[in-house]
Design a binder for this molecule. Structure first.
Ligand SMILES: CNC(=O)[C@@H](NC(=O)[C@H](CC(C)C)CN(O)C=O)C(C)(C)C
Ligand SMILES: [Ca+2]
Ligand SMILES: [Zn+2]
Ligand SMILES: [Zn+2]
Length: 163
């Protein structure tokens, strides 16, 4: 889902902090850390933004694996269906990214690939909305992309137009 209609349209700073709160049991923490960092670096390269990991509770972007009702107005739905959601830029829940831990998260082709889903969600966390182009990362349905060309020309143009 994209909730950028609730938050602002873009961050007004170039360095954003993120914190990984609750983890999934599907992958080792070190693997989750590297997949999340790789997903941020996709957007860092295209936008010029910098993402810094922090343990402080007031990170700009809180990343969590949760199930069903989890404290916001958008409860998850169990296995399959919605995989994740992210809030658009802003204070508080702005930028926060939640993954449905009733999905099977993977670093490869099994289940849903965490790197690909995180990259889509972080697009929303930076202010991007969905694309109607099936080749774009910001297309609303999951596709196991070949990591080489994750961002379409449109994704790159859209993030550059914003930052
Ligand atoms: C396999 N299930 C799907 O493809 C589902 N799509 C998603 O869960 C989106 C995330 C994907 C694109 C990583 C939700 N979204 O837009 C978050 O920002 C449905 C199309 C079923 C809703
Ligand atoms: Ca689900
Ligand atoms: Zn989306
Ligand atoms: Zn949520």
């Amino acid at each position: 889902e994209e909730y950028s209609h609730i938050q602002g349209t873009r961050w007004n700073k170039n360095v954003l902090t993120f914190r990984i709160g609750r983890y999934t049991r599907d992958l080792r923490r070190s693997v989750v850390d590297s997949l999340i960092e790789s997903a941020f670096s996709v957007w860092a390269r295209a936008s010029g933004l910098t993402f810094v990991r922090t343990n402080s509770h007031n990170a700009d972007i809180m990343v969590e694996f949760v199930t069903y009702a989890h404290g916001d107005f958008y409860p998850f739905d169990g296995p399959r269906g919605t995989l994740a959601h992210a809030f658009g830029p802003g204070m508080g829940t702005g930028g926060d990214t939640h993954f449905d831990d009733d999905e099977r998260w993977s670093a490869g082709a099994a289940g849903y690939n965490l790197f690909v889903v995180a990259a889509h969600e972080f697009g929303h966390a930076l202010g991007l909305r969905h694309s109607r182009n099936p080749e774009s990362l910001m297309y609303p349905t999951y596709k196991a992309f070949r990591p080489a060309n994750l961002l379409s020309r449109e994704d790159v143009d859209n993030i550059k137009a914003l930052y």
